[in-house]
Design a protein around this ligand. Structure first.
Ligand SMILES: NC(=O)c1ccc[n+]([C@@H]2O[C@H](COP(=O)([O-])OP(=O)(O)OC[C@H]3O[C@@H](n4cnc5c(N)ncnc54)[C@H](OP(=O)(O)O)[C@@H]3O)[C@@H](O)[C@H]2O)c1
Length: 149
C-alpha cells in the first residue's frame, strides 16, 4: 500500500515508519521535515500535500501540537493550541482526504485521551494534574460511496 505518514520525523512517526516501511511504500510529511511539506492546521496546505502525493491507500497522522502542563496552568490559549493544530489538523486531513484516499482506504489518527484528577489521591501534592495516554485509533472503513441520479 502507499501510505502518507504526517509527523514521520517525530518520535512516534519514526516508529510507525520503521514498522510499516518494511511492507508498504511510505511518503513522509511534516512542517519542516519529510518528503512533503505540510501544515495540517492549514486546509490549503493539506490540499497541496494530497495533490503532490497523488492517489494513496492510507493516511497516518502522528502529528499535532498540544499543550502539556498542570491543569491549573491551562489557559484558553493553551487549549486553543491543541484545538487549532491537532484537532482541526486531523479534521483537515480526513476531510481533504476523503475523495483522495482509495476506496476502502483508512485514516489512522494518533490521539491522546486526557483526564484531570487531584493528585491528593496519589501523593501529598494536592494540585490537580493532567494525565494522559496515547492510542492509535484506526477509523472504520468507510461505506462505499454511492451516486444519485
Ligand atoms: N510521545 C508521546 O509519548 C506521546 C504521547 C501521547 C500523545 N502524543 C501525541 O502524538 C503526536 C506525536 O508525538 P511525538 O512525541 O512523536 O511528537 P514529536 O516528536 O514532537 O513529532 C511531531 C511531528 O509532527 C510534526 N508536526 C507537528 N505539527 C505539525 C503540523 N501542524 N503539520 C504537520 N506536521 C506537524 C513535526 O514535524 P516538523 O518538526 O517538521 O514540524 C514532527 O515531525 C503528538 O500530537 C503528541 O501530542 C505523543
Amino acid at each position: 500500500m502507499k501510505i502518507i505518514v504526517i509527523g514521520a520525523a517525530g518520535d512516534i512517526g519514526k516508529a510507525v515508519c520503521e514498522e510499516l516501511g518494511a511492507r508498504h511504500d511510505i511518503i513522509t510529511a511534516g512542517r519542516s521535515s519529510g518528503e512533503l511539506s505540510v501544515d495540517m492546521a492549514d486546509r490549503a496546505s493539506v490540499d497541496a500535500m494530497y495533490e503532490k502525493a497523488g492517489p494513496v491507500d492510507a493516511v497516518v497522522s502522528t502529528a499535532g501540537e498540544v499543550h502539556f502542563g498542570p491543569l491549573g496552568d491551562f489557559t484558553q490559549d493553551s487549549f486553543m493550541t491543541g484545538l487549532k493544530n491537532k484537532v482541526m489538523g486531523q479534521v483537515n486531513l480526513v476531510l481533504a482526504g476523503l475523495d483522495r484516499v482509495a476506496e476502502g482506504g483508512s485514516f489512522t489518527l494518533t490521539t491522546i485521551s486526557a483526564c484531570a484528577h487531584t493528585s491528593a489521591a496519589l501523593s501529598s501534592n494536592s494540585a490537580p494534574v493532567w494525565s494522559y495516554s496515547a492510542s492509535a485509533n484506526p477509523l472504520p472503513t468507510p461505506a462505499p460511496r454511492s451516486t444519485t441520479t
